[in-house]
Design a binder for this molecule. Structure first.
Ligand code: SAM
Length: 204
């Protein structure tokens, strides 16, 4: 994908891109909208260590983050949601060419998915799309019904905008989560793994 000469037409269901227009070259999507490098490796290691059974990802894009998580724990299942069908098709090709079989890709907006979801419980929830603070707070609220006391929530781009940082601060302070870890780009919260509330900040 780094050397691809192709561009695709994007349907934007999120907060938009700071740098890219509607027609986007694949290498630019890879560079600006994917969990490449240390962020992908972090997702891989977290999944390898915790062996989550059920993972939910909001925002598939080219499938880079999904692939890291799926390869980190081949015994788990990743459900990944993407509303832009042109982007999703590229992700499906990537999963196929790398023979990654533990990813379930769903073509939907996050809201539609949350309106239709039934009887699911996720151990890891990675929210990486629609970087708007109010939207993030609303997704987090709705996802309470599909998580448990030890579910790990990884929130991407918590410093993307003032509204995202504001939402992160609200989430971090909320009594709903006993643990928070601020990695500058990622914010991580878990409902109940600490007896007393613990907030950590660490540079990744
Ligand atoms: C930052 S990219 C995801 C990167 C990917 N998680 C990774 O780790 O490589 C965000 C993706 O979310 C999708 N998206 C944004 N808002 C959405 C929404 N409301 N519903 C569904 N998909 C959305 C965009 O189309 C985009 O492909």
């Amino acid at each position: 994908m780094k050397s691809s000469k192709e561009s695709i037409e994007i349907e934007d269901f999120g907060a938009g891109s700071k740098h890219l227009g509607k027609t986007r070259p694949i290498p630019s999507i890879l560079k600006t909208s994917s969990s490449i490098g240390k962020y992908g490796e972090f997702l891989y290691q977290v999944c390898k260590h915790y062996k989550f059974k059920n993972t939910l990802e909001f925002g598939t894009s080219l499938g880079i983050g999904s692939s890291y998580m799926a390869l980190g724990n081949k015994g788990g299942t990743i459900t990944t949601i993407e509303a832009c069908e042109n982007t999703r098709k590229l992700a499906l090709n990537n999963f196929k060419s790398k023979e990654i079989n533990n990813i379930k890709s769903i073509h939907s907006t996050f809201s539609e998915y949350l309106n239709n979801i039934k009887n699911e419980q996720f151990d890891l929830i990675y929210i990486d799309g629609h970087h708007d603070g109010e939207a993030l707070l609303s997704y987090m609220e709705k996802l309470q019904n599909y998580s448990h006391s030890k579910t790990m929530f990884i929130l991407d781009d918590i410093r993307w905008s003032d509204s995202m940082l504001n939402a992160w601060n609200i989430i971090k302070k909320s009594p709903q989560y006993s643990f928070s870890l601020d990695l500058f780009r990622f914010g991580i919260v878990i409902p109940a793994i600490e007896e007393n509330k613990a907030n950590y900040t660490l540079s990744l």
